[in-house]
Design a binder for this molecule. Structure first.
Ligand SMILES: Cc1cc2nc3c(=O)[nH]c(=O)nc-3n(C[C@H](O)[C@H](O)[C@H](O)COP(=O)(O)O)c2cc1C
Length: 158
């Protein structure tokens, strides 16, 4: 019998992760983004990464439509940014500074790294879609990562 949903969430909460905001653009040119920690490196040759996006997320169709996304890796100073993009609504970018990357998706200011991607595949993953992107450009900056562990935000050393 499969594990209970809440128990799976509790157990996987012991797997400490970084926190990202995955950004893209809508077909009408509006900016879109969601907080995501179901992010992983997949392959070096070719350079592939993945993000698992809930099928009910507003951002879900936007990635499939634009065929581009950018993974913004948040710093420990960006918990409020994470909370903003974990919410809903059209105003997520209000007051957020960013620039548009070569793929057209926003790169948030203050991140410790970003990876610009072109969508290569979308796989069924239960109530999520596994979006696999080829990394076309990436960069790192100074700063420490924001972490997520056992349902709460943490910093290195906590
Ligand atoms: C730390 C954290 C990690 C999250 N990771 C994911 C994730 O990997 N995939 C996902 O679909 N939602 C994830 N979420 C939930 C989304 O951010 C949330 O559902 C958001 O409202 C989706 O926005 P949208 O509906 O505007 O696309 C996470 C939330 C938090 C706080």
């Amino acid at each position: 019998m499969p594990i209970d949903e809440l128990e799976l969430r509790r157990v996987m909460g012991h797997f400490a992760t970084g926190v990202t905001v995955v950004t893209t653009v809508t077909p009408t040119g509006e900016l879109s983004g969601l907080t995501a920690n179901a992010v992983a490196s997949v392959s070096l040759r070719p350079p592939l990464v993945l993000v698992c996006v809930d099928k009910t997320a507003e951002s879900h169709p936007h990635i499939a439509q634009s065929k581009v996304f950018t993974i913004n890796i948040l710093s420990d100073l960006q918990e409020t940014v994470s909370r903003r993009f974990a919410g809903k609504g059209p105003d997520k970018f209000v007051g957020i500074s960013y620039r548009l990357g070569a793929n057209g998706a926003p790169i948030l200011d203050g991140v410790i790294a970003y990876l610009e991607c072109v969508l290569k595949a979308a796989y069924e993953g239960g109530d999520h879609t596994i979006y696999v992107g080829e990394v076309t450009q990436a960069e790192t900056f100074s700063g420490k990562p924001l972490l997520f562990y056992r349902g709460g935000y943490r910093q290195i050393g906590d």
